[in-house]
Write a protein that binds this ligand. Structure first.
Ligand code: PMP
Length: 397
């Protein structure tokens, strides 16, 4: 009898269910890079350069020389790692400077940075210890895990459906002292659509609940470097604004922005903050410089220009593009067609990942096109030409 783990068998099961994932190595984080199939323990052997329309580095700041210099300076002046939890000796001037800027951008009293957006979501929901969480059905896995870890009763409402949420809140009439949390992504990463933040504020106010908005995909791209909460003018009505430093802000880490009591409570009670080493100082410095660039330059306008050209170009060919943001999910439907289109685009040097069930509902397989502000006119043309040629080859056009 064995009490060990048969991982090869588990991997086979995943393979059989079409759920086995594979790594691919990128030479650099940029709009164009060479890629290599998973070399396992060997050194990577890179293919020809490809144009990447699959990164969350939306403003293309991960290889921006200003951001690189900020990270370098952070490493040299403060250190490469925080060396301890923020509560011990890992709290540095760079963390504080970034938190001041984030709070200013989000219109809140304070902000607190975590070592990832994942850690921010799990730590925050767990620390709040709500009696009930109302959660959008398409919320990110880190929100779902936060609900699980907290042990709260979790009520999942239909995607962006305020009427369904309201009905769920009505049905679940609260005991007098219950504490309720409504949580939603702002921009949904697989659908490119946007949560109805103002309507959610109305509802949470009505029930005396709190609203938590995960701006992972929106931070840095909307009003003055803010997210959807700022675009909606609701900074004062959303109790918890949360996001990541790893997408538009071209770094690593997560943040929570809110009032003084929220931040003071989380730095005491969020286990993923208390028991994890502080964010690496170069990451804090890089994110701060990226936030400055997002707020003070026209970088975001350049992204929206590329988004518009790609969306209209792909739609004119006859594809259906979902959503209303910088994330362009090109609907294909059948999972095998989506994979074939993904492969076909690669033949033309364009990388766009196929997103298949169970990540998205059956029959809604799609290609998630993520333009970057740094894509050139030639990159956009190459992408559009590839969508036409590969689409015709696969029989979608
Ligand atoms: N929330 C959302 C909506 C996300 O898309 C992600 C990242 N995929 C996270 C949280 C987690 O952020 P991080 O990558 O910094 O852990």
């Amino acid at each position: 009898m064995s009490h060990g783990f048969d991982l090869a068998e588990r991997l086979r099961t995943r393979e059989d269910r079409d759920l086995r994932r594979h790594l691919e190595v990128a030479e650099r984080v940029a709009g164009r890079t060479r890629l290599a199939a998973d070399p396992k323990a060997q050194a990577a052997e890179f293919d020809e350069e490809a144009v990447i329309f699959a990164s969350n580095n939306y403003l293309g700041l991960a290889d921006d020389s200003r951001v690189q210099r900020a990270a370098e300076l952070g490493a040299r002046t403060v250190g490469t790692g925080a060396g301890a939890s923020r509560l011990v000796t890992g709290d540095t001037s760079l963390h504080r400077a970034l938190e001041r800027d984030l709070a200013d951008c989000k219109g809140t009293e304070r902000a607190l940075v975590f070592s990832s957006g994942y850690a921010a979501n799990v730590g925050t929901i767990d620390a709040l210890d709500p009696d009930v969480v109302f959660s959008d059905e398409l919320n990110h896995a880190s929100i779902i895990d936060g609900c699980r870890v907290s042990g709260a009763e979790t009520v999942v409402y239909d995607h962006c459906d305020v009427a369904d949420l309201r009905a769920a809140m009505d049905r679940r009439s609260p005991a007098a002292d219950e504490q309720w949390l409504v949580v939603t992504d702002s921009v949904f990463s697989m659908d490119g659509d946007v949560a109805p933040v103002s309507a959610l504020c109305d509802l949470t106010e009505r029930y005396g609940a709190w609203l938590m908005v995960d701006e992972a995909h929106a931070t840095g791209l909307f009003a003055d470097g803010g997210g959807i909460v700022q675009r909606a003018g609701e900074s004062d009505r959303v109790e918890i604004q949360l996001g990541t430093l790893s997408k538009t802000l071209a770094s690593q880490g997560g943040y929570v922005a809110g009032d003084e009591a929220l931040v003071e409570y989380l730095l005491n009670a969020a286990r993923s903050f208390v028991f994890s080493t502080g964010l690496a100082p170069p990451s804090a410095a890089a994110a701060r410089e990226a936030l400055r660039i997002a707020r003070e330059t026209d970088r975001a306008d350049r992204l929206w220009d590329r988004v518009e050209r790609l969306r209209s170009g792909v739609e004119e060919m006859g594809y259906e593009v979902l959503g209303e943001t910088h994330i362009l999910p090109v609907l294909v439907g059948d999972r095998d067609d989506a994979l074939a289109l993904d492969q076909g685009l690669r033949e033309y040097g364009i990388v766009v990942p196929a997103i298949r069930p169970p990540t998205v509902p059956e029959g809604t397989a799609r290609l998630r096109v993520a333009p970057m502000a740094t894509h050139t006119d030639a990159d956009i043309r190459q992408c559009l030409d590839a969508f036409r040629a590969a689409g015709e080859e696969v029989g979608l056009l």
